[in-house]
Unconditional design. Sequence first.
Length: 604
Amino acid sequence: MSTPESTRDLLQALHKVTTRKQRPHGEQGLDRVIFGVAGVLALAFVVWGFVSPEGLSAVAGDLLTGTISNFGWLFVIAASFFLIFVIVVAASKFGTIRLGKDDEVPEFRTSSWIAMMFASGMGIGLVFYGVAEPLWYYMAPPPRTVDAQTSEAMLTAMGTTMFHWGLYPWAMYAIVGLGLAYGTFRLGRRQLFSSMFVPLFGQKAVDGVGGKVINILAILATLFGSACSLGLGAIQIGGGIQSVGLMESIGTTTLVVIIAVLTAGFVASAASGIAKGIQALSNINMVLAILLAVLVFIGGPTLFILNVLPNALGSFIADLPHMASRTAASGGAELEAWMSSWTIFYWAWWVSWTPFVGLFIARISRGRTIRQFVTGVLFVPTVISLIWFSVMGGGAIGIQQRAEASGGVVEPIVNLVEGAPDLNFDTALFDFMLHLQVPGWLSVTMMIVAVVLIGIFFVTSADSASIVMGTLSENGSTEPSRRIVIFWGVAVGAVAAAMLLAGGDEPAAALTGLKNITIVSSLPFLIVMLLLCVSLWKDLSQDAVVLQGQLARQVLADTVATAVDRYDGEPFEIHTMEAGTDEQEAVPATADTVTGERENASSS
């Protein structure tokens, strides 16, 4: 029989995919346009922040208002779309595609892979918000939900916290990580964000101005997202210094000094080129985080924490539809302000972190199938976050409830002042430790451990983010030059300082400044990520594994149709044979057998 048009098209597409050369495009070395434009914009922002922090703050506030009013809905819809998208990709025919060659095995054992995923899932944000966020929601629940300081408020607090820190951020990271891992390890492309858009815009456009714009946006997203994290770290280190009594108060100037000292530490480590030292610091951080959580679990309301774990998961699942669809339209100005401070800020923060985290998880996931990748990336960090917030935030709520039930005998962590919690975010973790049932010396020791933990996170985060920006500046180089890495490391610290100055003199105002600038700066890259989903779907649709499956189904359908015509409704059998073989095996047909003779592969 003659080959049907659809079958011929599939054969040609499969031949094109299997015979294409896996070679990166573009030039080697520093891309002067990408580095120059991104570097100038970063320097201009820093100069603006130091010369006129009030002006920067005013512009950021105006841009924030416009972003929330006009694009708040886009952040809300995009976040849910990203989660649905990665789940559909993993559950579909694409799930069996391997991030590498078909015969590759995972580069790391599953246990090591999970351990590294754990390391990437921990960061300054978890330490900063671990106590403060659930406790704040308990004292001041989201508008139009439940009454404050009730058992329902505890459930809402834990469910909302998991909404912000669980599946949603890791779905965003998974999209970028999947695109980079697939393009790099399976197709041989460079580790550039622009490379992921080849199926959408074509190689020529990606190598041109459009690709450079995408890579510049990726650098700026990483820069501001990392600077926001480092700003939070500086605020909390300042809170620790204040809590242990080394200083009575912490102002923005002191925070800038803290950033300068830690940035100098990063530059020293980067200049020495001791990559093993950074890896050792990461391992130390993981141990310190686990140690801190264990001490809090033992010294806090242990039984309450154990009860919070399933409650947090159940509340997240039960409230997910409402939380995922919540916009300013359902609550007016009050809810709009809340969304800006919490949900939209988080979605913007996670979007800005996707270049760094996405590249990291891509590098450690070579050889795994897409289904394994998505399952691990979504659920391992979510479980870690569930445990962390249940121990830290759940423990704080337990102590707060105990104080409320004591009638003033036990001092609460937080009080209501004019209807609002007097919760100080930069000292919340340390205030919580002072309420644990442990000796005073151990509380102080735990505070010091927390400060060291945050400081190391600062150094390792700056190092990792700088390497990512260096990679994007040097055409996807896996080992960017030291001077470029140092430049971006210093830039991250300087931008963090400028963002703090734009917020105001007090840490609380500085935190607001960090949030405002993060939301505004992430909007362009949010649009890039939406386009990435389209490009990734097109890429996966042309994969050899997918085309082979389509070809097999098409050949089978053509063969059965031909056999039905040939045997005119009589029972028939289908035989397979190697191409060019003339021998046929006779197999008796039975009444319930529906098979047919298949022509050899050369005529199909």
